[in-house]
Design a protein around this ligand. Structure first.
Ligand code: GTP
Ligand code: MG
Length: 241
């Protein structure tokens, strides 16, 4: 059974180690197709929340539900199939470009690989590689630019067609033209999915349905960009620099 992408946190407390609570009383409601952005300074707990959405760790108190079902009751393989992840630095392995994309869905056909690459805006640069989709990537994709690696990561996530997506946006700068290409691929990937994004780009934050501002493991503000600007709180401070 695939989840639809309704994700709820109720009063979640969590710590990596006994006696040190890292998330305090976190509440979160994501409806299918919504974009939720996490912002906040380093160590605030952004990555930790996404770790819990993935069920990488058990929570100490509270509830996490997918479509109303307790996350602990969902079969591991169902959870894995429901979640796509695009991290700042995607791991590419030694193998062909097609194999690296197919990693997101091992039984994908060549047509599916190409379709995912097109959605991700990766098809263009792949066509220009000496062997196209059969070009071998070595040493963690070292022969590709950072932007190209990101496009492959988007293709890899797209091919699995997950209802829920976790994105950790890259902080490092790529040139504006590449960024526009990556952004367009990312926008297409996000379309119709519930997306949790650790947001660094202002464009992403502004366009999210809900922005959650974290500070020392607590959600101190949440709302749309306009709501939070009007509140003139922490988000307003971050935004106006
Ligand atoms: P940045 O990625 O730096 O922007 O921070 P973040 O908001 O993602 O913070 P994160 O969720 O990684 O960390 C929240 C708190 O949990 C911090 O106090 C970290 O030191 C702590 N923490 C994060 N990961 C681990 C871990 O694997 N083990 C332990 N023991 N603590 C961790
Ligand atoms: Mg982090």
């Amino acid at each position: 059974t695939r989840v639809l992408g309704d994700v709820v946190f109720e009063n979640v407390d969590f710590g990596y180690t006994e006696g040190k609570i890292v998330l305090h009383d976190v509440a979160l409601y994501a409806k299918p197709g919504q974009k939720i952005a996490f912002v906040g300074s380093t160590g605030a707990g952004k990555t930790t929340i996404t770790n819990l959405i993935n069920r990488f760790y058990p929570i100490m108190d509270g509830k996490i539900r997918y479509d109303g079902i307790n996350i602990n009751k969902i079969h591991k393989s169902d959870l894995r199939q429901s979640l796509g992840i695009v991290l700042q630095d995607t791991h590419l392995f030694t193998g062909t470009v097609a194999e690296n994309i197919r990693y997101g869905k091992l039984d994908a056909t060549d047509e599916e690989v190409i379709k995912a690459a097109k959605l991700a805006n990766a098809d263009g640069f792949i066509q220009h590689l000496p062997e196209g989709y059969n070009s071998i990537l070595t040493g963690d994709g070292g022969s590709l630019s950072q932007g190209q690696r990101q496009l492959l990561a988007i293709a890899r996530a797209a091919i699995a067609n997950p209802p829920v997506l976790i994105l950790d946006e890259a902080t490092s700068s790529i040139d504006t033209r590449t960024e526009a290409i990556v952004q367009q691929g990312m926008d297409r990937l996000m379309e119709g999915r519930t997306v949790f994004v650790i947001a660094h780009r202002l464009s992403t934050v502004k366009n999210s349905d809900v922005i959650m501002v974290l500070e020392q493991g607590r959600i101190i503000e949440k709302g749309s960009h306009n709501d939070l600007i009007m509140q003139k709180g922490k988000y307003y401070q971050l935004y106006t620099g």
